[in-house]
Design a protein around this ligand. Structure first.
Ligand code: ADP
Length: 480
């Protein structure tokens, strides 16, 4: 049973072949309609020919009936005109005519077999009752017609004409037609099969080539992606596939770079801790102050590792993962004010002036915690990478669609060629300075991720030694 099911499944799979589908469709749309048309036209010919034959016979029957009445045949006065008509009709249509009188006696049989005998038949009796009858037997091989003979004066039925005719010749013609049609359809089928083989070849050649090219690309073998003898549509598929592979490679490269950066970043504090701990262990009678100093350094390094791990977790969480965002309608003015409140003491330590300008009341749908982290990073950086006694200006504005935040500082600035790179994970312009200020190099990567999660944008403008400006644009209504 299982074997049969799996065989059936394989059969169905084979049906999914493009070649087979083209073949079946071609046959279906050519041979089937032609066969149906041929059969229907042969049947139509047959029924037309039979009904024409019947109507011819019926008009002959009427003529005979008139001749019978006029010639007083029923009173045994036959005329040569009637005889000629009877023998002509019987001859031409290859059949038999009986003339029967009221007493059901056969007065005339063109075969000359039943003259004078009495005939009892349902059709003939019914015809005396006033019904013409027409009978075509099942195979259509013969037709029987009965027609009443009416007296011209009294309109009384005085006799019946019974005609039995063969339709064999019509059927021979019909059989011939069917035979010819079968020959024609067979020839057509052979042509259709050849045609579909040619079409399938025509299509499968570029498909096979496409397969080979894609196969080579996935194995990393260099290929010419624009073959001239391949259709443009296929070239586009190859191009897209090429791009997918390139993107996958880039993602893979940046992933391994990220992993190696993480290991490197974690290694530095761990090595410091090891060195500090070993130097304590290797010395006897370490003075309490030195012990205290080294342990404080170890705690600092532990904090650093902790910061890196926390930032890494935030990067991963905010990495294009919209589901992590929890949006609510927030007063942006208060929101920025609260962030500044926590940062003012840090700015004050280095006598950095922190100015906040706001132009209107703004409400927007944001994830307060995440966007708070992003904007905190920007303002904290503006303080960190500033000169003592410098300034930081934060300004907030909005239009009907977005709110705009600007964070400008009078700090060290970023060299123009590095401005694109500062959003990369672990990238720092000045490694030593960043480390001293407790930076992990992940702050701007997190900031950008969060702004992108809000469908916003961030830009940087900076001049080395003069200062930096970050502009942020966030939609007022969150778009999932
Ligand atoms: P970090 O933890 O080092 O501060 P970030 O990702 O926040 O990491 O910033 C990346 C780098 O961009 C910083 O190391 C610094 O060199 C530079 N940078 C960021 N903000 C500023 C700024 N306001 N002024 C000058 N340089 C900045």
């Amino acid at each position: 049973m299982l074997a049969i099911i799996s065989k059936l499944k394989n059969g169905l799979k084979a049906l999914k072949s493009l070649k087979l589908i083209i073949f079946i469709l071609l046959i279906l749309f050519t041979v089937v309609p032609i066969s149906v048309y041929s059969y229907c036209s042969a049947r139509l010919f047959l029924s037309n020919a039979i009904s024409q034959r019947v109507s011819e016979l019926q008009s002959h029957a009427t003529i005979i009936s008139n001749l019978v009445v006029n010639s007083e045949f029923l009173n045994n006065e036959s005329t040569s005109e009637l005889n000629t008509e009877l023998s002509q009709v019987a001859e031409v249509y290859k059949g038999r005519i009986l003339i029967i009188d009221k007493k059901l006696k056969i007065l005339r049989d063109t075969y000359g077999l039943e003259d004078g005998k009495t005939i009892i038949s349902k059709e003939i009796i019914e015809t005396f009752g006033g019904n013409n009858s027409l009978y075509i037997n099942n195979d259509g091989q013969y037709v029987e017609i009965t027609v009443p003979i009416n007296d011209t004066d009294t309109r009384e039925i005085v006799g019946v004409i019974f005609m039995s005719f063969s339709t064999e010749n019509i059927f021979s013609l019909y059989d011939l037609m069917i035979y010819e049609n079968i020959v024609f359809i067979t020839v057509f089928l052979i042509i259709a099969v050849f045609l579909s083989i040619i079409i399938i070849r025509f299509i499968s050649k570029p498909i096979n080539k496409l397969n080979d090219t894609i196969g080579s690309i996935s194995k990393g073998i260099p290929v010419n992606t624009h073959e001239d003898d391949v259709y443009v549509e296929f070239n586009r598929i190859v191009d897209n596939y090429h791009n997918i592979i390139e993107n996958a490679k880039k993602t893979e490269d940046s992933r391994s770079e990220f992993v190696s950066n993480v290991s490197h970043e974690l290694k530095t504090p761990i090595t410091s801790m090891k060195v500090l701990a070993e130097s304590l262990v290797s010395q006897d009678n370490v003075p309490a102050e030195l012990y205290h100093e080294f342990m404080t350094d170890i705690i600092d390094e532990i904090d650093r590792v902790n910061n890196i791990i926390n930032d890494l977790l935030t990067v991963v969480k905010t990495d294009n993962n919209v589901s992590t965002i929890v949006v609510s309608n927030v007063s942006i003015n208060d929101f920025i004010e609260n962030i500044l409140k926590t940062l003012r003491p840090i700015a004050a330590q280095r006598n950095i002036e922190l100015v906040y300008e706001t132009f209107r009341n703004i409400n927007a749908e944001i994830d307060e915690i995440k966007l708070g982290m992003a904007i905190n990073n920007l303002i904290e950086n503006a303080i960190k990478y500033n000169y003592d006694d410098g300034w930081v200006r934060v300004s907030l504005n909005a239009d009907h669609k977005y709110f705009y935040l600007k964070v400008a500082d009078s700090g060290v600035g970023i060299p123009e060629e590095l401005q694109d790179r500062i959003f990369e994970r672990f990238y720092r312009v000045d490694k030593a300075r960043s480390r001293d200020t407790g930076g992990t190099g992940l702050g701007l990567a997190i900031t950008r991720n969060i702004i992108l999660l809000h469908r916003g944008a961030i830009k940087v403008y900076s001049k080395e030694g003069e200062g930096t400006l970050f502009t942020v644009r966030i939609p007022l209504n969150f778009q999932a």
